[in-house]
Design a protein around this ligand. Sequence first.
Ligand code: SF4
Ligand code: SF4
Length: 189
Amino acid sequence: MLDAIKGFGVTFSHMFKKVVTEKYPEVRKPAAPRYHGRHILNRHPDGLEKCVGCELCAWACPADAIYVEGADNTDEERYSPGERYASVYQINYARCIFCGLCIEACPTRSLTMSNEYELASDSRADLIFTKEQLMAPLLEGMEQPPHPMRLGDSEKDYYVNALGNPGTSAGAERAASSEQQATSQGGAV
Ligand code: SF4
Ligand code: SF4
């Protein structure tokens, strides 16, 4: 009998506590600024890709969630200012545990994480995000690669000129993906 009264006492005491139920998805609370959400592949200020296809992120990933295939840039077809770029880049969100080790490993600050957390899907195939889905949107002054280096003729000049403008590495954590941008503009990427 005493135990039953104690049990009802717990129930009764909770009736006067503040309700903490989130009204999701009607009300989407903003995530903490450093929340580990969906990844973004960033761009230089002229639109070239920061990713050089080195695969260090894939090697650092404890969940084997990243797949990269590198390829050579040519003067006629340039995607990044370095020798190489990622011709294929995929992140499997059925595997990713959002630990952030991949972004720590990235030498070019190409890979960062956004605050986006709505990644659920009932299809495993849809959880494999492609490079096109992960690329940061083209901001004002940027041009869709392939194109020549616009910030300098040599790699040194390019990187020195890029120092004054971080491209999409700064604030990319809150930027919409190029796919979302295309959707909102009603067009294709
Ligand atoms: S956040 Fe962690 S688990 Fe996810 S892709 Fe990066 S290293 Fe792999
Ligand atoms: S995202 Fe960074 S670490 Fe991964 S392949 Fe590209 S440059 Fe290398």
